[in-house]
Design a protein around this ligand. Structure first.
Ligand code: COA
Length: 207
């Protein structure tokens, strides 16, 4: 692994480069095409966006990865509103995937989130990757995903405490910030401002 990488906060001048990176990395992975570059574009001006935790990873003067966080809540069963973070999109440029850079970027950004005093991060992801950075299934913390039946498979829904014991004594329902829900037509319109890329239906896509 090339250790010649650095992290810094995303700047306004990086926006388009980062959107191109996100588009290239997510393209045809979860669905034909992708929406994450537009999601990121929209979230940057959302009040729940955490500007201090909006990171890029650079190598040899080039942005090779990005990660970002949003504030959200758990609606606890006892009526409490518990502030937490959610995360993503996170990505690494396609040609450098599976070289260990994603884990470095993830661990760096989680450390910064912890330094800011946030208590826990919950989001949708693959335990095969996030488990290596200390994430577990959210159900083992007693936290359920919104709008799903009790007995549904929620193994996609992961959690990591940044403050040990932060979720002790809490059960409840996690809420995805509204900003993540984008309109397909808006995604299409935004995507047309990028070079044409072929959408493919591939095995393993979930949408
Ligand atoms: C997911 C992503 C950020 C991971 O970054 P990465 O640099 O490729 O991952 P790393 O090399 O740091 O992975 C560390 C370990 O996590 C596991 N892992 C990583 N990606 C995985 C995947 N897609 N499936 C299963 N295990 C995975 C592996 O055990 C890996 O070690 P190995 O390669 O020695 O087996 C990157 O692949 C990516 O940008 N993917 C496309 C966008 C995306 O899916 N983002 C996440 C949405 S939740």
């Amino acid at each position: 692994m090339n250790n010649n990488y650095t992290f810094r906060q995303e700047e306004n001048a990086d926006h388009r480069t980062v959107e191109e990176l996100v588009r290239g990395s997510f393209w045809n992975v979860y669905r034909p095409g992708c929406s994450e570059h537009y999601v990121l574009h929209v979230l940057r001006s959302d009040p729940a966006f955490v500007k201090e935790l909006d990171f890029v990873m650079e190598m040899d003067g080039r942005i090779i990865g990005q990660n970002m966080f949003m504030k959200t809540v758990i609606n606890a069963d006892d009526g409490r509103i518990v502030p937490v973070l959610t995360m993503g999109p996170i990505c690494i440029t396609p040609e450098l995937k599976r070289h260990g850079f994603g884990k470095k970027l993830l661990d760096f950004s989680l450390e910064k989130a912890a330094e800011m005093g946030f208590g826990a991060v919950l989001f949708e992801g693959n335990i095969a990757f996030y488990g290596k950075s200390g994430f577990d299934y959210s159900r083992s913390f007693g936290i359920r995903y919104h709008d799903m039946p009790e007995d549904a498979d929620q193994s996609f829904f992961l959690c990591k405490e940044l403050i040990h014991g932060y979720l002790d004594g809490i059960t409840g329902v996690y809420q995805t910030p509204q900003g993540y829900y984008v309109d397909d037509g808006d995604v299409e319109a935004f995507d047309r401002s990028f070079p044409l890329k072929e959408k493919l239906k591939l095995p393993g896509q979930i949408f």
